[in-house]
Write a protein that binds this ligand. Structure first.
Ligand code: FES
Ligand SMILES: [Fe+2]
Length: 337
C-alpha cells in the first residue's frame, strides 16, 4: 500500500511538530506528499495552509508571521488562518482586494503537538486519558524522520515476535522466541491488544522498570488508532506504567515523522526524563534499523501461503483488513500490494 495514493488517508489527524516550534515563525511540513505551512494565529492557535502563495507560487514558509496572519516573503501578500488573502501591500488603501485564497487544512493542538488533517476528519484525534490524569507526567521523547512506511511502523507495533530478535541487546529474550498470545478486540477506531511479555531487565533499565530483578515482565494493553497512531501501554510488576504514544505521520510513501510521547505514573526523582529518553531511544533505534531495511510498499503480505503466517502476524492482518475496508467504503482500491 502506498499511502499517498489513497485519498481517504487525508481524512485523519496526524501529529506534526511541537507547538513551541511555531513560536518564532511559520514552519514547513510535508504530509502525505502535500507541502503545507503551519503558523500561529492572533490567539496563538496553529493554522495550516498550502505552502504556495497564489501570487507567484513562492513557498509561504519562506515568509513570516504578521499579527496572526502569514506574509509571503516575496512581495508581502498576506493571508489569514483560513487562507484568505487579506492584504496586497502594493495596492492603494481604496483598491479592492481580489477574492483569492490558498487552501486551508484542519489544524489543532493536542499533547503539545500541532495536528493536521488534510480533509474533513473521519475520526477524532486519539484520546489519551493519561494526559488529564495528574498522577502522570508527560515527556516529549522525540520527533524524528524515519525512512520507512507508516504502515510498516504500525505493523511492527503489534508484532510481538520481533522482541526476541530486534531487541535482544536491550530487553528481548533471544532464547524465548515464542511469544505469548495476544487478546485482540476490534473497536470503531482500530483495536486494543493485550498480552504479557517476559523481558530481560539489564541494569540500565532498573529505574525504568522499577525493579532490579534480572528478568521481569510487561503487561501490555496496546491500542491501534487508525490509520497510523498507537499506544504501547506497559505495566510492570512494580506498578509503574510506561505508556508510549506514537504518531507515524506519513511524509510520503517511504518516510514518516515519528512522534513519540511518554506518560509515566512516577516522578522525576524516581526516573529522570534524561534516563527515560535514553532508554527508549536505545530500544527504538533497534526498531528503526530493521524497519528502514523493509520494503515500504506492503504491510503483511496476504498472498503469502497461509502456513507462512505466524500467530503474531494476526494484528497486522487485521490492520490490513480494516484499512482495505476503509478504502472500499470510500470508493478506492488499493493501488499496489
Ligand atoms: S509570490 Fe507571494 S507575494 Fe508574490
Ligand atoms: Fe520494537
Amino acid at each position: 500500500m502506498l499511502c499517498t495514493k489513497q485519498k481517504v488517508l487525508r481524512r485523519f489527524w496526524y501529529a506534526t511538530v511541537p507547538i513551541d516550534m511555531l513560536a518564532d515563525g511559520p514552519k514547513p511540513f510535508i504530509l502525505l506528499g502535500e507541502k503545507i505551512v503551519m503558523f500561529l494565529d492572533a490567539e496563538g492557535k496553529p493554522a495550516a495552509l498550502a505552502d504556495r502563495c497564489c501570487h507567484r507560487t513562492a513557498r509561504l514558509s519562506k515568509g513570516w508571521s504578521n499579527k496572526g496572519h502569514i506574509t509571503c516573503g516575496y512581495h508581502g501578500w498576506t493571508y489569514d488562518r483560513t487562507g484568505k488573502l487579506v492584504r496586497i501591500p502594493q495596492f492603494s488603501p481604496d483598491q479592492p482586494l481580489p477574492d483569492a485564497r490558498v487552501k486551508a487544512f484542519h489544524c489543532d493542538t493536542r499533547y503539545g503537538y500541532v495536528w493536521v488533517a488534510l480533509e474533513d476528519p473521519l475520526l477524532p484525534i486519539p484520546d489519551l486519558p493519561q494526559d488529564r490524569d495528574p498522577s502522570y507526567r508527560r515527556i516529549h521523547q522525540f520527533y524524528d524522520r524515519w525512512n520507512t512506511a507508516a504502515l510498516r511502523m504500525m505493523e511492527n507495533s503489534f508484532d510481538n515476535s520481533h522482541f526476541s530478535f530486534v531487541h535482544k541487546s536491550t530487553f528481548g529474550q533471544l532464547d524465548q522466541p515464542k511469544p505469548e498470545k495476544y487478546e485482540l478486540v476490534e473497536t470503531d477506531y482500530g483495536f486494543q491488544a493485550e498480552t504479557i511479555v517476559p523481558i530481560n531487565n539489564p541494569p540500565a533499565a532498573f529505574r525504568v522498570t522499577g525493579t532490579s530483578e534480572p528478568v521481569t515482565k510487561r503487561h501490555m494493553r496496546n491500542a491501534w488508532f487508525m490509520p497510523f497512531c498507537r499506544t504501547l501501554d506497559i505495566e510492570y510488576p512494580s506498578g509503574l506504567r510506561h505508556i508510549i504514544f506514537n504518531s507515524a505521520t506519513p511524509i510520503d510513501d517511504g518516510s514518516i515523522q515519528l512522534v513519540q510521547i511518554l506518560f509515566r505514573n512516577d516522578r522525576e526523582e524516581d526516573c529522570s526524563t534524561r534516563e527515560l529518553i535514553d532508554w527508549d531511544a536505545a530500544v527504538i533505534e533497534e526498531d528503526r534499523e530493521i524497519l528502514e531495511s523493509t520494503d515500504p510498499d506492503a504491510i503483511v503480505d496476504v498472498t503469502r501461503k497461509i502456513e507462512m503466517h505466524m500467530p503474531s502476524d494476526r494484528p497486522g492482518l487485521i490492520m490490513r483488513k480494516r484499512l482495505l475496508a476503509l478504502l472500499e467504503a470510500h470508493g478506492e482500491r488499493e493501488m499496489s500490494q
